[in-house]
Every structure is written in C-alpha cells, then in structure tokens.
Write a protein that binds this ligand. Structure first.
Ligand SMILES: C[S@@+](CC[C@H](N)C(=O)[O-])C[C@H]1O[C@@H](n2cnc3c(N)ncnc32)[C@H](O)[C@@H]1O
Length: 245
C-alpha cells in the first residue's frame, strides 16, 4: 500500500474525496517530489483533507496552496497550507493568482470540473508549472456528462481539448503546418498519461526529436514492393475465378 492510500485510510483530519484508483496514479508520478522543496497547488479545497494529505506526503519542505470559490475554505489554512479564494473559471483571477504564486511543481485541478474551468485553468497555469513539473486534471468523466457541459466527442469538452494536446505533442512531425505546428506545448511537454478520469502531463524541455541507429546491417536492403493498381488486382481475381469454373 502506498503512503497516500495509507494516509487516506487512516485519515482523522479534513474530509478527503477522491476516486479510489487515483492513489496509485498519484504515487506513481508524485514520489520523485517527496522530501524536496516543492510547491503544490490544488484547485478545489472542499474540507481541506487533500491539502493535509499532500502536506504529510511531500514532507517538511513542501508548500501547499489551495484555491476554492467557497470563502469558508479560507479558515482551513494552517502552517504550510495557504488558501486563496476565487473562481477558476475567471481568467482575470487566474492571472492575478499566477502573478502571485511561485512556479508550481505539481498542479492538481480538482475544482468545479466544468469544461470552461478546466480549459481556462490549463491555459493560464500550464506555463506556470515548473519545467520538470506535473499538470494533473482530475474527474475527466465530466467531459461525458451534460450537466458539466460534456457529451461524447462534443466540441469544447476538456477531453476533446486534451486530444488536441496529443496532436501538439507531435508538432515536429507535422507536414501540414497550417493545421499543426510546433508550439510552446510541443517544446515543454514530455508525456501525456491518460487514466480513467485523469490526465497527468509531465513537463520536460524538449528539442526536435531525432532517430538513432546502432549495430550493423545484416541482410540486403529491402524495399516493400508497391501494391499493384486496383485494375490489375481485379483482373487477377477474375482470372482466378474463371479458372475455377
Ligand atoms: C471535489 S471538491 C474538492 C475535493 C478535494 N480536492 C478533496 O480531494 O477532498 C470540489 C471543490 O471545488 C470547489 N469549486 C467549485 N467550483 C469552483 C470554481 N469555479 N472555482 C474554484 N473552486 C470551485 C467547490 O467549492 C469544492 O470545494
């Protein structure tokens, strides 16, 4: 059992509300940030339990920030847990917050979960995540729920937006520059890890990818022969068919 799950199961602090499979995902990606100076920012404070969990997991050098629209959450501040009140769907608020906070090592979006909020938070805060940091968006299933603005393959959902990030990751390989080119995202995102309801984006500065070879050729070069034109293939089939008669 990992330490986050243990903390959750033994929790006597503020309420924590997560999907059960998230704990494995957290530990898989977050472990390398433990016991070092790290800054974590979570949108969605609720009862403050998850902020306390991060504080315990990351250790004494970690600073934890939480954001919530509910002013009552401010009372949940404690040593190394700072809380800001505002609407994550409001880009002006997000920009002010970004100006105030140091670069963030891990950002977790577990706030209101609407499409606009998830996209606005990503667009304003992804550049503010440290070059080797993580951007985590939770509860992506809201992209399939009409109540949150979702629907299967519906334009404007966060999941459709995230699919376009898969394209952006491949910007260097595009032969259609008007449709896909190298962006800041291409140059700063190393991997997108999709899990049920969760996306973890691993940042890392990237250069144009190169492919490499080692070892010696051991067989003659081979070229895949071009496929015969359709007419020829049909003629072959006809000959075969009439031969059978
Ligand atoms: C799912 S709860 C957070 C749970 C918490 N992270 C945990 O793990 O226990 C969602 C929180 O997001 C807050 N929220 C809803 N809409 C918001 C918005 N537009 N901006 C910021 N926070 C919002 C709610 O007030 C609520 O406290």
């Amino acid at each position: 059992m990992n330490d986050l799950l243990r903390h959750f199961q033994e929790n006597r602090g503020g309420l924590i509300h997560k999907w059960s499979h998230y704990f494995e995902v957290y530990d898989r990606h977050f472990a390398r940030f433990r016991d070092r100076r790290s800054v974590l920012l979570e949108f969605g404070v609720s009862h403050g339990g998850s902020l306390q969990m991060w504080k315990a997991y990351f250790g004494e050098q970690a600073v934890i920030y939480g954001v919530d629209i509910n002013p009552a959450c401010k009372a949940l501040e404690e040593e190394r847990i700072h809380i800001r009140i505002g609407d994550q769907g409001d880009r002006r608020f997000l920009q002010e917050l970004r100006n105030e906070l140091p670069p963030v090592d891990i950002l977790i979006d577990d706030g209101g979960h609407t499409m606009e909020q998830q996209i606005a938070t990503f667009e304003v805060f992804f550049p503010h995540v440290a070059p080797d940091g993580l951007y985590v968006c939770e509860d992506l299933h809201t992209s399939y729920r009409p109540k949150f603005g979702g629907g299967v393959r519906r334009r404007g959902t966060f999941i459709e937006f995230a699919k376009s990030l898969i394209d952006a990751l491949h910007g260097w390989h595009s032969r259609q520059p008007r449709r896909l080119s190298v962006t800041e995202f291409t140059k700063t995102a190393f991997a997108l890890h999709f899990y049920d309801s969760m996306l973890v984006i691993e940042k890392r500065p990237r250069e144009e990818p190169t492919h490499v070879r080692s070892g010696n050729p051991r067989i003659a070069p081979f070229r895949v022969p071009p496929r015969r034109p359709l007419f020829g293939r049909l003629a072959d089939r006809w000959v075969k068919f009439t031969g059978r008669l």
